[in-house]
Write a protein that binds this ligand. Structure first.
Ligand code: KG4
Ligand code: ZN
Length: 341
């Protein structure tokens, strides 16, 4: 089966072509420079940019895969969750393509797709991921922080999530308080490398609660007060690096300890992670160390597949179509608030 997948839920316009669990092409046009000027994603601009970029991105993906539209067997797109007008662009374009080609269409939950991104590329390939289930999957992005028990292919249960800010939002907002450019996550990652993670003590919210939920707004507030009370710190580069390392350490400790605890409680042998924050080198190293110490296998999404991409949408859509999951109607609407359960 050759499948074209589109992803336009936030600020990346992406098209991918997949076949038999392999990604033949995955083209991503990022809008980060456009939104950086405003310090966050501007939904109306995102939608307009998707409209402008979608067809060129689809054409490049088809060309890179060496596939013509007539060779496609199915089309898929992110149906939710995400920014309404942004989702609309990809979903309606994909439904129109499926209609014109008279091929099946599937609308995909963006977070369910993140669960599969650690299995794309690398070894073992996606087709072997059944061997590593059940697993505990951490999804950490700018909009979400979720812990999911993946019981088997296409069978999962959300164990917990953030009750307020997402981990990426915490990186971005604390970075903004320090005067760092948007998105601050990658900047904090870089500056933290030269900083002392024990320099300043910030709270580890919900670390000791016996649940799989997260909360990051208190940590953000505590950084806000700390900066208010020590404004001169921001004039000293080493202090900013120490601050970045200390904030990052607090976020990572909560993410890693709660993920490992969930893995132990659910008695799984494997942990996976995806979403933009999984690009963070400190998080990758800490998960690696913790999983080794606890005899758990770890699958991290490749960095290019941590952030939003259509490859993960296509890989999941192909699995679903092969499993006989019913198609999505060509007149079905976007689901901006579609929660993973
Ligand atoms: O998955 P993603 O591209 O989009 C959403 O669905 O939100 O994630 C973007 C988030 C942003 O908050 C960004 O700051 C964060 O991922 N991020 C990072 C790093 N790279 C991206 N956070 C910490 N360290 C990084 N290296
Ligand atoms: Zn995402």
């Amino acid at each position: 089966m050759i499948l074209l997948a589109l992803e336009t839920s936030c600020d990346e316009t992406s098209a991918a072509v997949v076949r038999a669990g392999r990604v033949l092409a995955n083209v991503v046009a990022s809008q980060i420079p456009l939104h950086a000027e405003y310090g966050g994603v501007v939904p109306e601009l995102a939608a307009r940019e998707h409209l402008k970029n979608l067809l060129p991105v689809v054409r490049s993906a088809l060309a890179e895969a060496g596939v013509t539209p007539a060779q496609l067997d199915a089309v898929a797109a992110t149906q939710g969750p995400g920014l309404p007008n942004a989702l609309l662009v990809g979903l309606k374009a994909a439904q129109a393509a499926a209609f014109a080609l008279n091929k099946p269409f599937l609308g995909i939950n963006h977070h369910e797709a993140h669960l599969y991104s650690p299995w794309i590329a690398g070894s073992p390939p996606a087709a072997d991921f059944a061997a590593f289930q059940p697993n505990i999957s951490l999804i950490v992005s700018g909009g979400h922080t979720l812990l999911v028990l993946v019981e088997s292919v296409l069978k999962h249960r959300v164990l917990g999530g953030t009750i307020d800010d997402a981990a990426g939002e915490c990186f971005d907002k604390t970075g903004k308080l320090m005067g760092l450019a948007y998105p601050a996550g990658p900047v904090i990652d870089r500056l933290a490398e030269s900083g002392n993670p024990a320099a300043y003590a910030f709270p580890r919210p919900l670390l000791h609660e016996a649940n799989d939920d997260f909360s990051f707004s208190g940590l953000k507030t505590s950084v806000r007060y700390f900066i208010r009370d020590h404004p001169a710190l921001l004039d000293d580069r080493q202090s900013v690096c120490d601050l970045c390392a200390s904030v990052q350490a607090a976020i990572i400790e909560v993410l890693v300890k709660k993920t490992l605890r969930a893995a132990k409680r659910q008695n799984v042998r494997c942990v996976t992670a995806s979403g933009g924050v999984t690009c963070n080198r400190g998080l990758r190293q800490a998960l690696d160390r913790a999983c080794r110490q606890n005899g758990l296998a770890l699958r991290l999404a490749e960095k290019s597949l941590c952030t939003d991409n259509a490859a993960m949408i296509g890989i999941l859509a192909e699995q679903k179509l092969l499993a006989g999951v019913p198609q999505t109607g060509l007149d079905e609407e976007i689901q901006p608030g579609w929660a993973l359960t």
